[in-house]
Design a protein around this ligand. Structure first.
Ligand code: NAD
Length: 401
């Protein structure tokens, strides 16, 4: 993953004519933190924070708790955060954190201790003007609320702008839950408009009906888009109905703890979903969902990367050669970091916006980035993925188009 992230940055930088020294500077990680957290029960856990680049503003990036976290993965994700915030033209940099732990094996007291210890180790290096962490895989608003509280106790900071992804009661922003799915729909709508398809009825399938996938379908159904949801999946199985599935019913079913294997509809496997004859394939589960193993089955002409890195390099090459348009993750799933920025902004200015205002701001950022992306891709005759990295680097290096 680190090699791929670096290769994407390098290739885009070369296309923009940057020197080797400038490319090296773009790839340089400013600061790395590696430490051990010892829990009362005696367990010792490896923890990381990687601060890649802050030339546009404070570092910004989530913290994941996962048994397979490793240093290189955290480095790669920090670089991608710099690219994402820069592509969206946010006044933020890029960072990432992780702890090697399976949080399901910790009781609530141990999870709280871990969260607070993580902050204690990093208190001098994070904060509203330095580095603003957020939730990521297996971390949520409860964990972030503990972290904000710990940071406030240690530093007397009362702004609560030291972290984003807090509960609304503790200074979080309205609209954050739906932001990534909503942002993905805004991005896709701009792409369809660019392709002259916005008025056409199009079918789509969603791999991964979790937070991001479900909100994408809900917002699509509420905004009267011409998109017809025909398939969806969770980690167990998928469901299919060529006449259309009801996003609201599916969301209620999942919110009540349902599994699609028990949903009254035609059942399909996740691999069958990937190979469905749909117009648009939404990838909202995990990385490496489409690889050399299954790329030949893909029939969709548009793929939206809502997960991070769901199409691997080999599959990307093949799909792009075959005329499939891939809306890249650093733009497609950036709605979450845009609203995180809006949360930080509200905290810094003592404001509490209503949801309509948050959504309007999100739309402004996503639309602006998409219009720039589409223009650049046309002008330079490059894929949307290449254009997204070029756009980020142009913002980082202040290169005008
Ligand atoms: P989530 O845990 O709420 O949902 C993930 C969904 O994917 C679940 O329905 C799960 O059952 C399903 N899933 C897991 N493995 C699967 C598999 N092999 N095949 C099919 N489905 C599978 O997570 P989320 O917050 O919705 O995030 C989804 C993806 O989007 C992740 O890759 C995440 O890193 C990325 N992302 C999330 C955000 C955000 O704001 N939540 C922002 C940017 C990127």
């Amino acid at each position: 993953m680190l090699d791929t992230a670096k290769a994407l940055v390098k290739s885009a930088a070369q296309k923009l004519g940057l020197s080797q020294a400038e490319i090296d500077q773009l790839l340089t990680i400013n600061k790395e933190h590696q430490f051990e957290i010892e829990l009362s029960e005696g367990q010792r856990l490896q923890a990381y924070r990687v601060q890649h680049n802050n030339q546009r503003g404070p570092y910004k990036g989530g913290i994941r708790f996962h048994p397979e976290v490793d240093f290189d993965e955290v480095r790669a994700l920090a670089i991608l955060m710099t690219m994402k915030t820069a592509a969206l033209d946010l006044p933020l940099g890029g960072s990432k954190g992780g702890v090697v732990v399976d949080p399901r094996k910790l009781n609530t007291a141990a999870l709280e201790q871990l969260s607070r210890e993580y902050v204690r180790h990093l208190k001098d290096y994070i904060g509203p003007d330095k580095d603003i962490p957020a939730p990521d895989v297996n971390t949520n608003s409860t964990i972030i609320d503990w972290m904000v509280d710990e940071y406030s106790v240690l530093t007397d900071d009362v702004s609560r702008a030291s972290f984003t992804g807090k509960s609304v009661a503790k200074g979080g922003s309205l609209g954050r839950d739906a932001a990534t799915g909503r942002g993905g729909l805004i991005a896709l709508t701009e792409l369809l408009r660019h392709q002259g398809l916005e008025k056409k009825k199009l079918t789509y399938a969603v791999q991964g009906f979790g937070n991001v996938g479900s909100f994408f379908t809900l917002v699509a159904s509420q905004s009267h888009s011409k998109l017809v949801l025909v398939a969806a999946s969770d980690s167990g199985s998928g469901i299919y109905n060529e006449k259309g599935l009801n996003a609201e019913d599916l969301s209620k079913f999942k919110a009540a703890g349902g599994r699609f294997k028990d949903y009254a509809s035609k059942q399909i496997s996740n691999e069958q979903l990937i190979g469905l004859d749909v117009d648009v394939l939404i990838l909202a589960a995990l990385g490496d969902a489409v690889t050399e193993r299954n790329v030949d089955n893909v029939k969709a002409k548009i793929i939206v990367e809502l997960a991070n890195g769901p199409v691997n390099e080999a599959a990307y090459e093949k799909l792009t050669r075959g005329g499939c348009v891939i809306l890249p993750d650093i733009i497609a799933n950036a709605g979450g970091v845009v609203v995180s920025y809006l949360e930080w902004f509200q905290n810094m200015h003592g404001e509490n916006w209503n949801e309509a205002k948050v959504n309007a701001e999100l739309k402004k950022y996503m639309t602006k980035a998409m219009l720039k992306l589409l223009k650049l891709s046309d002008q330079k005759h490059v894929s949307l993925t290449e254009a997204a990295f070029m756009l980020a680097i142009m913002h980082l290096k202040d290169i005008k188009n």
